[in-house]
Design a protein around this ligand. Sequence first.
Ligand code: XMP
Length: 519
Amino acid sequence: MADKTQIPKIIVLDFGSQTTQLIARRIREFKVFSEIHAYNELSIADIQLINPKGIILSGSPYSVHDTDAPTVSKKIFDIGIPILGICYGMQLTAHLLGGRVEKSECREYGPADLIIDEPDELFYGLDPAPVPHRVWMSHGDRVEVLPEGFSTLAYSESSPVSAMKHDKKPVFGVQFHPEVVHTTIGNEVLQNFVFRICKCEPSWNMHSFVETAAKEIKAKVGDGKVICALSGGVDSTVTALLINKAIGDQLVSIFVNNGLLRKNEPETVMAFLEKLGLNVRYVDAEARFIKRLYKVEDPEEKRKIIGNEFIAVFEEEAKKLGDVKFLAQGTLYPDVIESVSFKGPSATIKSHHNVGGLPEVMKLDLIEPLRELFKDEVRELAKELGMPDDLIYRHPFPGPGLAIRILGEVTPERLNILRDADAIVIEEMKKSGWYKRVWQSFAVLLPIRTVGVMGDERTYEYVAAIRSVDSVDAMTADWTRLPADLLARISNRIINEVRGVNRVCYDISSKPPATIEWE
Ligand code: XMP
């Protein structure tokens, strides 16, 4: 696993802690590159080849005494690269080097007061004893006896060794979690490790990420051909832009118009992608998707049909291109941690909703240049790559598209009604400044008709529901308290301008127990 770029970096070896990703993120916030590897992914020789400026051993749900506890070769402590063990990482260090780790009499979960005896490099600039510092602990074991050559740097009520350091080697350990915000001195401790101990320079940014990623992609792909399924969403678009920068026309992006997109979306997205110089194939698959959805009412069946049809279309296009070796995907870090068992790199990775199953079916190697990044980092990257704010800050849109916002059967007539109603919702949200303040807002078309009166005439038409939610991660959500006059404007416009709708409702359900989408 040759690292051809030699970008100065801190590597984090992941033993399965919930907060591992935060460690890398904090370090990147200091403008130093950091990447995560499963604990057993790299040999000592690999690490020496990568030659990181420092190594962090993460926390873990395991105890070092568990029979299947994850571990590393203890040679890692002899290669001269600074190491910081966090929680389990510290216990593992102690255990491997001959110290004693035991169950705490009193487990520590949550806040604890840390007293620093030794404000040396790791705690540089922080008040020593007797000043307490609020830190966040989460452990059942603790270091009882230090390994030879180590000394204690700090303690808490339940952990006599809350931080330790080797007297000669650059090996450190902390029992608390410096990466979480509840540890008030967390940034200072990590900064001391990164800058004072590992001697990193704060020079990494999205511009250097682009440069490095482009080099890495080029090295991996050689002169092979790459395909990418482009939805126009920020993740897949950024992926394509990045790869395009690295290998130009060796990348072919495929944009499938499944007929379930928002109003004017295919045109807007295609125009933008072409303007950026991407080699995009536009596939008009509207008719075949609609045909497959004929008379289908069940939401899960709709999803399955759309997913399978997408794979079929994509495979056909790939065949036309000939010898394709790689598939690019916009997998982000949260997708990876949601689905990777930390036991190793062979673990399965969640396929994107809208390209579900493609890698397995097509036997292609994956390229996922965003798999280390969080959503806000991807947005920053999108700016760096020249994406306009309009596209960067678009609300999320589900892979199965409008099909899961038309309850019951999906027909061309219903699709047109929903597109028009949805366009009004988005337009009014933007005009009023609310669009940027909410997680998602859209219209839903209900399969029931109600009676109304327009002019002197009785009408009998569909009901549209408006959904707008606040959320940080879509796991939970609450309905947005939109101003009544904005809702009134949306409702008036839909009823007046969209033929086929004579009643509008506002969805006031939270998630849970409801979901964001209606199907
Ligand atoms: P729910 O409805 O589960 O939605 O509360 C949570 C978030 O996920 C999006 N969503 C989907 N995205 N394929 C996707 O690509 C899907 O099948 C799908 N279902 C829901 C939804 O828009 C929201 O942001």
